[in-house]
Ligand binder design. Sequence first.
Ligand code: GDG
Length: 491
Amino acid sequence: MQTRGIRLVVVSNRLPVVVERNKDEWRIRPGSGGLVTALAPILRNRGGLWIGWSGSSKKIDLRSMLDTASQKTGYVLRPVTLTEEDIANFYYGFSNEVMWPIFHDLQTRCNFVPAYWYQYLSVNKKFAKVIADQTGKNDYIWINDYHLMHVAHNLREKRKKLKIGFFLHIPFPPMDIFLKLPWRAQILRALLEYDLVGFQTLRDRRNFIHCVQTLMPDAHARGKGQVITVTVPGRTVRVGTFPISIDFKDFAQQAASKKVSDGAWYFHEDLPDRQIILSVDRLDYTKGIPERLEAIRNALLRFPDMHLKVTFCQVVVPSREEVPEYQALKAQIEQLVGEINGQFTKSGWAPIHYIYRSLKRDELLAYYRAAEIVLVTPLKDGMNLVAKEYCACNIEENGVIVLSEFAGAAAQLQKYALLVNPYDVEGVADAIYRAFTMNRDERRTRMKKLRQSIRKHDIFWWLNSFLSAAFTKHLDDFPLLDEYVPQIEMK
Ligand code: GDG
């Protein structure tokens, strides 16, 4: 493969685009979710490579479609093909029914099926093969997230000296919970085959180190600060904390655009004299949506002066809709919204506006800009970018954020957000009321500080701290191409 200098290779379960069938035609649309939001803009036009699954198991020739998409994304896209069995056992099985719940401390939702584990190993091997085939000695390999923890293990069999970094976007669970995983030792050993393992927060890194020290008596951790070192016989691995962030400047600029400003103005025109209280979540049981709706009910019961004065906008973005557990969650949310609106609606006022669809970016930003309060109350979350995006878009600096203490974002934002335990219905209701009654000066002081902190620790800060710890590189070492020419020649 021809490369111009060094190249960054991002690997994640899903490509940043989705291939889907529309009537008789296959088409490609942009993907969504935190990982794509964070990584796609910074790879653009740096001649990099992104390897992942296209989202389809159909035997279609993706090459020309992905090459066309590469012209737009500004980096080459290369697919890993998954079979129906891979999708069932690796994706829906191991990733969604084992790793996702246990890493979010919800072990009672886990299905520890041995066949899932074997398929996980086999798919990780598949990824390693595609990476080995598509990369050369000038490439820096960056593996992302819990679907692909075993990739370095397989890759090292083929390419011993490759520099491989890993970043976990979701939390790492406390030891008592991690120990329940039947494949706990294998997972830890696999992670220690990377050159650098990155976590979102100190909490996650501490949990990981605690598990390593308990299950691997030969392992020694030393150092302090953002990156520490773990030695196991024959290997030294660096382990760091890198709280992911957003392109603050871009969000703030777009929030100030005419389109977004007009959109925000229209929301308020439709809802005069109301404070808009916003939540935006993917449909997922970790996001704490039913618990939040109960807190809203509690607030409306205990604080009747909020009646007619607030509108809760709950945006739920469809996700994993084929899974019965997610269908049941959707039904539960819809029932709760119906009940609460039935209980409190008065002429001209329904307390909850429920939106079940993905919003266009401008529309999402208009909601951020319009909302006086945002509720971000996941039961557990690696970071939660919505919290940071809301602050970036709050250019009037009059917003309040009610934030779960179990979101990774709380580590950075705790001082100026209103922190809550999402399981505490009355505590969240109290925080909503406190936000509703907070005076303008306090709102401004808090939001200013929140925005300063996110502006300083933005996505570029995150990327550069990860790249320098993993590869002693900086984003500028992967220079911008003047004119993007996709590198599509194969080995
Ligand atoms: C994982 C971890 C970690 C949401 N609704 C719409 C929309 N979004 C965008 C948001 C945000 C992203 O999706 C969601 O990011 P989160 O961070 O909240 O959550 P996950 O997808 O679960 O991401 C998480 C993240 O990885 C990064 O490391 O923070 O903890 O679970 O960017 O803006 N975008 C559009 N329409 C919507 O309706 N366009």
